[in-house]
Design a protein around this ligand. Structure first.
Ligand code: AHG
Ligand code: MN
Ligand code: MN
Length: 347
């Protein structure tokens, strides 16, 4: 762990990457720095949540048909308010907003698009379990001189992301991000006394095969046979292959993902028949699966919907959901073999 005051700040790291990128204009640096300020504000509120009246539900239901927690709303507002005035964004997309978020005419626009889950793991806010913010950044697609952002500016495959990452608000606040193109995945820990994120996890690589599987086994009766066979494989793997797994499931995607990224393993949110309106499971392609799929790919892992790469999916709507198998490459490829039917338990 870095000594207080020592170490590389996130700003220094971003500027170094900017210097190494011949086409960088500083616009991206401005964008990321402002997002970091928003995360620091959210982190402060999350860490006070036990003390002030920001706990609990607003009593409202969002576009996801989920109870909206006060901290969801707060985090969403903080990000939108901070990001809309920096002159670097064409538009935004948030898990908490049904439609595209325009940049108000009083602010200049830019060429980047920010999609985000302002607060991931909302069900864990009131019980002091780690939660997070997930983000993905694209360049706008439409080259038309038109001033109106179009939905299809945002609906791009995850492979088009120019950067992606997350903040995890846990025992410490950590930011993990990548700008792709083999620049690696790097983690920064917030030192509240400094108000700075310092480099703490340089060039994160996920083990090719892990020993952790993460899935909500409470949904066993809602899964199809292939999914049950897959989860059974991880349960019985020790006896069958000598390579045993342990089960870990926090219920905050960012927390489960971050642990598996550092230790190795697979996180699964399979399709289920629990809610006929959500046949492909609960997680969202644009604001959860795609950003984490870019991070995991850059860290040497893999993310699949059970049939192919998450990053190759052409989105058709802003809030579309997708089954997610993400983590160590070997484990996710095995999940794909089961879900696509190429492999059954017996083989
Ligand atoms: P969000 O709080 O942004 O709605 O995300 C919650 C998600 C994700 O964080 C987690 O992996 C998943 O919900 C847990 O869902 P289940 O409770 O259905 O397992
Ligand atoms: Mn989420
Ligand atoms: Mn959320």
């Amino acid at each position: 762990m870095q000594r207080q005051g020592a170490g590389i700040t996130i700003t220094q790291h971003i500027l170094k990457q900017q210097r190494e990128n011949p086409v960088a204009t500083g616009a991206f640096t401005t964008l990321l720095n402002e997002l970091i300020v928003a995360a620091k504000v959210i982190s402060r509120e999350v860490n006070k949540a036990g003390l002030v009246d920001i706990l609990g539900s607003t009593g409202k239901i969002n576009v996801q048909e989920e109870k909206v927690q006060k901290l969801d709303v707060f985090s969403n507002q903080i990000i939108i308010e901070r990001m809309q005035h920096i002159g670097q964004l064409w538009c935004m997309g948030s898990e908490e907003d049904p439609d595209l978020i325009d940049i108000p005419p009083r602010f200049p626009k830019g060429d980047y698009i920010l999609v985000f889950d302002p607060l991931d793991g909302s069900s864990n806010i009131d019980v002091n379990v780690s939660i997070g913010t997930i983000f993905g950044i694209y360049k706008r697609k439409s080259i038309s001189s038109g001033s109106e952002p179009l939905l299809d500016d945002i609906l791009q495959p995850g492979i088009n992301q120019v950067a992606a990452g997350y903040f995890i608000y846990g025992s410490s606040t950590i930011m993990v991000y990548t700008t792709g193109k083999n620049t690696g995945v790097h983690g920064f820990t917030l030192f509240p006394s400094l108000g700075e994120f310092l480099l703490s996890h340089e060039s994160i690589r996920i083990p090719e095969q892990g020993k952790i599987y993460s899935v909500n086994e409470g949904y066993h009766s809602y899964w199809d046979e292939k999914t049950r066979a897959l989860v059974n494989h991880f349960k019985n793997s020790g006896k069958k292959t000598g390579h045993s797994y342990t089960a870990r499931y926090v219920g905050s995607l960012v927390a489960d993902f971050h642990r598996n990224l550092l230790k190795g393993g697979i996180f699964m949110y399979p399709a289920d028949s629990k809610d006929p309106k959500k046949p492909t499971g609960k997680l969202r392609l644009m604001v959860e699966a795609n950003p984490l799929a870019m991070v995991i790919k850059e860290a040497g892992g893999y993310a699949s919907d059970g049939h192919g790469p998450i990053l190759d999916i052409d989105p058709t709507e802003l809030h579309q959901r997708v089954p997610l198998y993400i983590g160590s490459k070997k484990d996710v490829e095995l999940a794909e073999a089961f879900i696509s039917g190429k492999r059954t338990e017996s083989s």
